[in-house]
Design a protein around this ligand. Sequence first.
Ligand code: DGT
Ligand code: MG
Length: 409
Amino acid sequence: GSIAAPNTWACQRITCLQHHNPKLTTALEVLEKHAQLRDGNSDYSRALAFRKASCVLKSLPHTLTDIHQLRGLKDIGNHSAQVIEDILEEGFSNEVEEILNDPWFIKMKLFSSVFGVGSAIALKWIERGWEKIEDAQNSNDITSDWRVQWGLAFHDDLTSPVLRQEADNLLEVIREEATKLLPGVIVEIVGGFRRGKMSGHDADFLLTHPDEGSEIGLLPQLLQRLQKRGFLLAGQAEKNSFTPGVLKKDFKLSMKGQLDHFEKWIGIMKLPKSFKDKHTDPSSIIMPTPGSDPIDGSLDYQPSRKKAKCGISGLSPWELSRTERAWCARRVDLIISPFSQYYYGLVGWTGSKHFNRDLRTYSQKVLNMKVTSHGLFDFTKNQSIPAHSEKEVFDILKLPYHEPWQRNC
Ligand code: DGT
Ligand code: MG
């Protein structure tokens, strides 16, 4: 008989980190990754099809044993169904095995694991005949993108998973400093850690304050304090590029592209290795590390410019990465949200990415609403609708409330 999940939308289903079909979903996600790398931004529908299928399997209440159990589910396309059938019958999929052994795929995955490198740059590097990270590290003809420079120099650190304990310890430091600057500030861990993951590729933090407007100016001061304590390595601050109004045309503007418009710092921090241990007291820790003096004032956050770059150390990224050090380089995002947008921002920055994507499509197609990290616009009522809690976001979207750990699709 069919054990198909009754709900068609991923945002209606409960999807936990631990589920019953990891072998199948791992295989489908290899195909998704392959499609992403092959098609780049030109066609993400192929990648999406594999993700959708994987997501359905994650929400099943038991291990799939027969392909017929999936009968009638619209999110399992023919290609995915074939792969699932192969694995159920043979124990493996030839197509997936071939991809995993494909030198092009292996190199693409390796190069795109560098911070700041997407499939376009990875392709270029392969065309140059590069095979290893060292080939890019040793090249003097490398991009001037600060992310790629630091991403290459600290590739080992940045590709070793950030542990939950490190994120928790950093949360304490950020809360401590942010609260000194702005009592009552709310600081939340978002991203994968909020969904219950024990490790991740970065740590994401969302900050707000119930007194709307008081958060303005917080980020540059917070960065300065973190810098004084030796936590910053390199990064880039972006100012809030848009404040959505209540009008439809304003709201439409706020949804250009995939990215949001919050003020944020995207960067790399230096976390003491002791942060991996449970019993560290992160409070007041100051890191005695070489090269922590700011060069040429480039840390300074320049609100007049849209983007201000922060290169922090006096040493080159490469030199710094070779020093004897008691810290690990970690990718960190700090996001500042005005309180009136906070709960939409919280849902958006908690993810998963696929949960967000599905939520947007569902809202549009089923409810004639547009939802972003900044708010929600109801095209039927021709008005934007505020939310005062995460639960309210779900209520407005006529969805059962799901805890962050149930949004792992
Ligand atoms: P990870 O870090 O590998 O454990 O995985 P996540 O789920 O933390 O993914 P990450 O860190 O890339 O992004 C965190 C969440 O925030 C993710 O669900 C999607 C969302 N997100 C990331 N970047 C943006 C952005 O620029 N705009 C918006 N609206 N959301 C974003
Ligand atoms: Mg993350």
